[in-house]
Design a protein around this ligand. Structure first.
Ligand SMILES: Nc1ncnc2c1ncn2[C@@H]1O[C@H](COP(=O)(O)OP(=O)(O)OP(=O)(O)O)[C@@H](O)[C@H]1O
Ligand SMILES: O=C(O)C1=C[C@@H](O)[C@@H](O)[C@H](O)C1
Length: 313
């Protein structure tokens, strides 16, 4: 059924705190059509900047006036301008480590890219597991765009940090927004998404992420605690403790979180285990592993997963 909606432009809210160029359009309008009917709606909106992608974030039916005839719809669109699309690899300043590693990465990405068919890659893993670091490398070599779901939640809420959202709203509020963000992203293609460390808790998030390929960065807790102690916990509200040794605190809190999350990360399609890569490369310590080596392993695991999926389909 077709539902025709024409709405007046009521507001364009561009996130002022962010250097990225995505913004939310919120509209309320009246529509004609049967309540709960499926279809598409048309709207007219004067954009200050031409969006390159628009995603319907959420709709809510506000009120039914006369049964089956008239209703009000509140909807949000998530718009991206072309500035969000990353620069091509040649213009990038990413440090890939050694030339050998960079070449292996390039070769592997060329092998995998055609098989991906534009499917998004979702990186899951505990805080500090390297989702952002490795995700940016993967996006660049695959010619994908990179998004950090924590940053997108901050933009959607208009907050300067996840910690601020936890403090001024609540963790539940943050989790709902995180799910809305993942739902929005699930309609898009050619993205590498670094998800929040706790995104795996919600079953519905898996439904969104499974529209792409999910990759678990499995890093030992001691290494996570070392990384987190080095950069501080200010941006990580679940680890914020005022006193005590930063490494010991981080290790205790991470162990607790990891226990609570049980095997949720293992729901991912593929697992990139740093201990396995270190032994494969004959390295004594996982801290000798470069982000490029981890990105290569992620591509190997993705390729294996795609081959297996096609072999059994
Ligand atoms: N392979 C690596 N070796 C050493 N340090 C790393 C490695 N990968 C990432 N790091 C460092 O660990 C910290 C966390 O990395 P990153 O932000 O990429 O993780 P994340 O999974 O996105 O974290 P969060 O979920 O908390 O946002 C950063 O300081 C980063 O520089
Ligand atoms: O592991 C978690 O629950 C979190 C990880 C971060 O990425 C943020 O999403 C937030 O701090 C919660």
């Amino acid at each position: 059924m077709e539902v025709g909606i024409t709405c007046a432009s009521t507001g364009l809210h561009k996130s002022s705190s962010s250097s990225s160029s995505s913004w939310i359009v919120r509209e309320k309008c009246r529509s004609r059509g049967k309540p709960n009917g499926f279809g598409f709606f048309r709207f007219f909106h004067r954009f200050h900047q031409t969006p390159s992608q628009i995603v319907l974030l959420k709709t809510k039916e506000l009120q039914c006036r006369e049964k089956n005839i008239s209703k009000f719809v509140d909807f949000q669109l998530w718009c991206y301008s072309s500035e969000d699309i990353q620069a091509p690899a040649e213009e990038s300043e990413t440090n890939y480590g050694s030339i050998d590693e960079a070449l292996i990465l390039k070769k592997k990405s060329q092998d995998v890219a055609p098989h991906l068919r534009g499917n998004c890659i979702y990186l899951v893993g505990m805080m500090g597991s390297g989702k952002t670091t490795v995700g940016k490398i993967l996006a660049e070599v695959l010619g994908y765009s990179f998004f950090d779901s924590d940053k997108l939640v901050e933009q959607a809420v208009g907050a300067s940090s996840v910690a601020q959202i936890f403090l001024e709203n609540s963790e539940d509020f943050f989790r709902n927004k995180e799910s809305e963000v993942l739902r929005g992203l699930s309609f898009m293609s050619r993205l590498v998404v670094a998800t929040g460390g706790g995104a795996v808790i919600e079953e519905k998030n898996w439904n969104y992420m499974r529209r792409g390929i999910t990759v678990w960065l499995d890093v030992p807790l001691e290494a996570l605690a070392r990384r987190i102690a080095a950069v501080g916990t200010n941006s990580r509200p679940l680890l914020c403790r005022k006193s005590g040794d930063a490494y010991t605190n981080a290790l205790e809190d991470l162990s607790e979180l990891s226990k609570k999350r049980g095997g949720k990360y293992a729901n991912a399609n593929t697992r990139v285990c740093l201990e396995n890569i270190a032994s494969k490369l004959d390295l004594g310590d996982i801290s000798d592993l470069t982000p490029t080596a981890i990105a290569v392993e992620a591509l190997i695991q993705i390729e294996d997963f795609l081959m297996e999926r096609w072999a059994t389909s």
